[in-house]
Ligand binder design. Structure first.
Ligand SMILES: Nc1nc2c(ncn2[C@@H]2O[C@H](COP(=O)(O)OP(=O)(O)OP(=O)(O)O)[C@@H](O)[C@H]2O)c(=O)[nH]1
Ligand SMILES: Nc1nc2c(ncn2[C@@H]2O[C@H](COP(=O)(O)OP(=O)(O)OP(=O)(O)O)[C@@H](O)[C@H]2O)c(=O)[nH]1
Ligand SMILES: [Mg+2]
Ligand SMILES: [Mg+2]
Lengths: 292, 277
């Protein structure tokens, strides 16, 4: 465990009461390896550790706390600072019907999350509408319809010749006509470097006023999490993030990377394949998980 | 890198950054860089271009023997395609089926995912695109029962190849790993050597967790091949180097897109070149 490893490093400075440069460098090397093994982005690790080193040097070690513990606390607090505060709900007030668009890479869990979100909103007495915005993936519409049926939530699917922006526009009308107050748009998975598909998302934005753009990311994403998230954010925009497959054992460094580079809060955690497997994201718990 | 004129510490740092950012893994990357420092000294490497070649050589050496082409040594030749959720198993089966059909093979695609919404419908569309025979049972049928019947049919009707799609499963779910083992046992009841290939599909954008995935799946059902998908994205899939180094499971293909022809045989040389682009 990290605390023990740091205690060993700082054993040599016991009684000195001050963490000095040499043993801090050794501890920094250890934490660097731990963070990179946890998939935190290389450049972010560099910046984070520069801050940690600054804070650790010259700090008096409180008698009741081992220097290892003191060091871990500095890192822990720095990371919690990056992750931001806990869950604060979705912005569902400024437009009616409130419209949320899910975006992200292929296979990240968007369609499943759309279903989970619908369940979550129903529990809060909303009347959601799911919109089948993925016209490319084989049986994508079928998948969303099946999920909708299982939770008794209507699914709007366009005619076969409609583009996603058109489908979304018509879906909004359908929502209004049927007094459905929240519209959840599922979109096709896409690479952030696919210009026409990224533009498609902006076309959807032109057709419907969005309350939230929700970026769905896989918790096991590696170093590219930074480029992926920042490109989605710069080209389309994102307001909220959902991290999926947290029921696995990926350390989830991508969470830190995504928050660091976009500044957008991670609000949801996908913790399984059932539509009830949705939790509010806990930043502090994520930090402990990343630190391993 | 391009502007560098000398082989110095800064250049080695840059190489380290490239390797780590490719998801190769921090400890393997540090080991390679350390080794390269020694070699550069011994071989008196002074040009940055030369150093780059040295790095490529080293990684190519680590990937020696990593390429694999499946040879249908018996009939029907059975593949289990497994992996965690959303990596591209179903899509890869469609692509692979199409490739074998182009080669004149008679291919059966089996809907072993009887759990996820519209999994059977999705695979059916791929089977049609690929010109393969499609075999499925109703949703929630025990996947082992699906395999049992499918293999009996494939054997009886003289299929060359059977591609079995399975539900995505996290390697942390013991009961789902048991389900795979049961599918394996049941397959052997029909065809003693089946499955002839157990292929794990990995997403190129996955970080260090790929190691845990391969380790655990391999412990429960010995893997004979790996496929790395979504290499058309910006992730380099550097984890493949550590995976091959640690588990010696060869890589047969890479996925480079969402269309039926977007599958390539794995080339270690091309892979290493791409790592440094
Ligand atoms: N274990 C686990 N599996 C999940 C979670 N979220 C989604 N999945 C699974 O991940 C796989 C992919 O989910 P989808 O919802 O189809 O992903 P997607 O982003 O819509 O995929 P594309 O539309 O192809 O881009 C499915 O097998 C889901 O059941 C999660 O939180 N935990
Ligand atoms: N860009 C790109 N996308 C891919 C590739 N392979 C698969 N995909 C996409 O990834 C998503 C998931 O693919 P699936 O084949 O459904 O993945 P799966 O492993 O069968 O998913 P589950 O059965 O839900 O576990 C789909 O949107 C595919 O089109 C690839 O090589 N490149
Ligand atoms: Mg989807
Ligand atoms: Mg599948």
């Amino acid at each position: 465990r990290l605390t023990e490893r740091f205690d060993d490093i700082f054993q040599k400075i016991k009684g000195q009461g001050i963490i000095n440069e040499k043993n801090v460098d050794e501890a920094i090397r250890e934490i660097r390896i731990a963070l990179l093994e946890a998939d935190v982005n290389y450049k972010i690790v560099k910046e984070l550790l520069a801050k940690v080193k600054e804070k650790a040097l010259g700090r008096k070690v409180v008698k009741s706390v081992s220097p290892g513990q003191a060091f871990v606390k500095i890192i822990h607090d720095e990371m919690v600072n990056i992750m931001g505060e806990g869950f604060s709900g979705l912005e569902l007030e400024k437009n009616k019907p409130a419209t949320i668009m899910l975006v992200g890479l292929q296979g990240s869990g968007k369609t499943t999350h759309a279903g989970k979100l619908a369940v979550y909103l129903k529990k809060k007495y909303h009347r959601p509408l799911l919109v089948a915005g993925d016209i490319y993936r084989p049986a994508a519409i079928e998948q969303l319809k099946t999920l909708g049926k299982s939770i008794d939530v209507p699914v709007y699917a366009g005619d076969t010749d409609m583009s996603p922006p058109e489908i979304c526009r018509e879906a909004l009308k359908y929502a209004e006509q049927n007094s459905l107050d929240t519209v959840i748009i599922d979109t096709a998975g896409r690479l952030q470097i696919d210009e026409p598909l990224m533009e498609e998302l902006n076309e959807i934005k032109k057709e419907v006023t969005l309350n939230e753009i929700l970026f769905v990311a896989d918790a096991m994403t590696g170093q590219e999490a930074v480029n992926i998230a920042s490109t989605f954010h710069n080209k389309v925009g994102m307001d909220v993030v959902c991290l999926t497959k947290l029921d696995g054992d990926a350390r989830g460094g991508a969470a830190l990377s995504i928050k660091y580079v976009t500044g957008k809060p991670i609000k949801f955690a996908g913790t399984g394949e059932k539509l009830s497997d949705l939790e509010e994201f806990h930043p502090e718990r994520m930090v402990s998980r990343i630190l391993g | 890198f391009k502007g560098k004129k000398t082989v110095d510490d800064e250049l080695f740092d840059e190489m380290e950054a490239i390797l780590i950012q490719s998801d190769l893994g921090v400890t393997p990357a540090l080991d390679i860089v350390e080794d390269m420092r020694k070699q550069a000294r011994e071989r008196k490497v002074r040009e940055p271009g030369q150093l780059l070649e040295l790095f490529k050589e080293e990684i190519l050496h680590l990937l020696e023997g990593s390429e694999k082409t499946y040879a249908f040594s018996s009939s029907p030749f059975v593949f289990f395609v497994i992996g965690v959720n959303g990596v591209g198993k179903t899509t890869t089966i469609g692509k692979l089926g199409w490739q074998y059909v182009q080669e004149g093979k008679r291919v059966m695609i089996v809907a072993g995912d009887t759990f996820r919404a519209a999994a059977v419908e999705q695979l059916q569309i791929w089977a049609e695109r690929a010109g393969c025979t499609f075999f499925s049972k109703p949703m929630n049928t025990d996947p082992s029962a699906v395999i049992y019947e499918a293999l009996q049919k494939a054997d009886k009707e003289g299929f060359d190849c059977v591609l079995v799609d399975t539900a995505g499963r996290l390697h942390t779910r013991g009961n789902l790993l048991d389900e795979l083992k049961k599918m394996n046992r049941v397959a052997k009841k029909v065809i003693p050597d089946a499955p002839h290939e157990v292929v794990i599909v990995l997403d190129a954008s996955t970080g260090q967790n790929a190691l845990a995935q391969v380790k655990t799946f391999h412990e429960h059902l010995p893997l004979t091949g790996m496929v790395i998908t979504k290499l058309d994205g910006t992730s380099k899939g550097g984890i493949a180097v550590s995976l091959y180094h640690d588990y010696n499971i060869p890589i047969s293909h890479i996925g480079i897109g969402e269309e039926v022809e977007d599958l390539r045989e794995f080339s270690a040389k091309d892979f290493v070149e791409a790592l440094f682009l």
